[in-house]
Design a protein around this ligand. Structure first.
Ligand SMILES: CC[C@@H](C(=O)O)C(=O)SCCNC(=O)CCNC(=O)[C@H](O)C(C)(C)COP(=O)(O)OP(=O)(O)OC[C@H]1O[C@@H](n2cnc3c(N)ncnc32)[C@H](O)[C@@H]1OP(=O)(O)O
Ligand SMILES: [Co+2]
Length: 146
């Protein structure tokens, strides 16, 4: 498996509206996308775009703001421990999601649940933070338009 680009950093928040104000007013983000619900993943989502090395906004790593969708959200435990929110996961792209799954399985890493469709419309899976140097790690297949 070949590690791809850092697609996004997931940031858990009790309020996407408050986080949007922070990225706009304190961090000077020039493009913040419309929030949307992803009930099948138990979260509300909002992407903050950063520029790539050429300065092109929308081509760089994104900040993925995630707020619980309901009481069964997978991020409720994290927010109970970190009520103000904080860095929740890192997400790397790969060319072939099934090959990546086999790669991590072969290394004895715990995969959290099935491969499913993520917020970018491509397949994703998660790896347990205790097997990944303390970081909850999301692996996503590179979008074909990228
Ligand atoms: C927007 C859609 C999608 C995308 O396309 O990008 C997403 O990103 S969705 C993001 C939300 N979804 C997920 O996080 C799914 C995967 N997560 C899980 O299955 C669980 O959250 C979890 C990682 C298994 C944690 O479950 P939880 O019940 O909250 O905690 P535990 O008590 O079981 O935790 C065990 C252990 O791990 C530590 N921990 C928990 N979360 C994190 C984290 N985000 N980063 C680092 N460490 C984490 C936790 O503190 C426990 O440690 P100890 O206390 O030392 O036992
Ligand atoms: Co994510």
């Amino acid at each position: 498996m070949k590690l791809g680009r850092l697609n996004h950093i997931g940031v858990a928040t009790p309020s996407i509206a408050d986080s949007v104000a922070y990225y706009r007013d304190t961090m000077g983000a020039v493009r913040i996308n419309e929030p949307f619900d992803l009930p099948e993943q138990g979260v509300k989502v909002c992407f903050v775009d950063t520029p790539d090395s050429a300065g092109e906004v929308g081509k760089g790593t994104q900040i993925e703001l995630i707020e619980p969708y309901d009481e069964s959200s997978p991020i409720n435990g994290f927010l109970a421990k970190n009520p103000a929110g904080g860095q929740h996961h890192v997400c790397y792209e790969v060319e072939d999601i099934e090959a990546a799954r086999e790669w991590f399985e072969g290394k004895g890493k715990r995969i959290l649940g099935p491969t499913r469709i993520g917020a970018h419309g491509t397949p994703i899976f998660f790896l347990h933070p205790k097997d990944m140097m303390g970081q909850l790690t999301e692996i996503m297949e590179t979008p074909t338009s990228a």
